[in-house]
Ligand binder design. Structure first.
Ligand code: ADP
Length: 293
């Protein structure tokens, strides 16, 4: 199959009237009106997109725009209200519990904002943990864990406890644990937003490096536009549960779909234009690219 995830007309509505809300007339009402009429929260509203193999697909939007809800629906950590999710062409909604567990184990691994490490177990136990619950024999899982710890630059820390490591190092452990199970898709839920800016930049570079090296598909959630532009092969911009644009960084900055995206990206767009002008001046110092001064 040429898509990893295919999401079709996905809705997720929280509240006891959720099932009644997805219908004909409310399709056109805005989320505020639905909330006022029924008390239900429309967290994800009629969202469709495809994630292609090998790409970093970033879901970006302000806090409360529906990003986490969307990513949790992908693995059916929560039930969508309606819509369809295909993982490698297989309908996740139709899968039995057992098949779903198998799909989750074989195909996806998640990296969380607060690392999700077991505090009382060593780094190597934490990295081996996902393999342990998948029934990989002990010797094999520790060998693999050691290899992954090396891959994320933490060799020598195998026997430390999470609390002895900095935030950035702990998130490297989170990354190693996710990579250890060799998933087809990595899901990142704001993994770096608790980190200092410089550490955060290191981790972003690390993700780009590992993703290239290991050829993984990644779905990456962030509220940070700079991070989205840096990491994303394509960016999906969400607003109030809706997907307002899906495109490459160049497209969302250069050809915003509407005023909201334009406003969101205006600082970056301005910086890009200034950089381009500056580069032109450097490259062609004789030509007066700005006209008479
Ligand atoms: P984001 O990840 O972009 O910050 P979320 O997906 O967490 O956004 O939330 C989207 C909307 O859904 C918000 O209005 C939030 O309050 C609401 N929401 C999320 N989870 C629940 C829940 N379990 N119950 C009720 N409302 C929820």
């Amino acid at each position: 199959s040429d898509v990893t995830f295919s999401v079709r007309n996905l809705w997720k509505i929280f509240g006891k009237n959720a099932d009644k809300v997805v219908g004909t007339d409310l399709e056109k009402a805005d989320s505020g009106a639905i909330k006022a009429q029924t008390g239900a929260t429309v967290a994800v509203r009629d969202v469709s997109f495809d994630v292609r193999p090998g790409e970093i697909f970033v879901v970006m939007g302000l806090s409360g725009s529906g990003k986490s809800t969307l990513i949790r629906c992908l693995t059916r950590l929560i039930e969508p209200t309606s819509g369809q999710i295909l993982l490698d062409g297989e309908d996740v909604e139709q899968a039995s519990e057992q098949r779903l567990r198998e799909l989750r184990r074989r195909k996806v691994a998640m990296v969380f904002q607060h690392f999700g490490l077991l505090p009382n177990r060593r780094i190597i136990d934490n990295v081996a943990y996902g393999l342990e619950i998948r029934g990989v024999p002990r010797a094999e899982r520790y060998e693999r864990a050691r290899e992954m710890i090396g891959m994320v630059g933490l060799s020598g820390h195998e026997n430390s406890r999470p609390g002895q490591l900095s935030g950035g190092m702990q998130q490297r452990v989170g990354l190693a644990r996710a990579l250890a199970v060799d998933p087809q898709v990595l899901l990142f839920d704001e993994p770096f937003s608790a980190l200092d800016p410089l550490i955060r930049r290191d981790m972003q570079n690390e993700v780009v490096r590992l993703q290239k090296e290991l050829d993984k598909t990644a779905v990456f959630i962030t509220h940070d536009l700079q991070e989205a532009l840096k990491l994303g092969d394509r960016i999906a911009i969400m607003r109030d549960g809706e997907l307002v644009q899906v495109g490459t960084p160049e497209e969302v900055v250069g050809r915003p779909a509407n005023a909201y995206v334009a406003d969101f990206t205006s600082d970056v767009a301005r910086t890009s234009v200034l950089t381009a002008r500056w580069l032109m001046r450097e490259a062609f110092p004789e030509e007066d690219t700005d006209g008479p001064s």
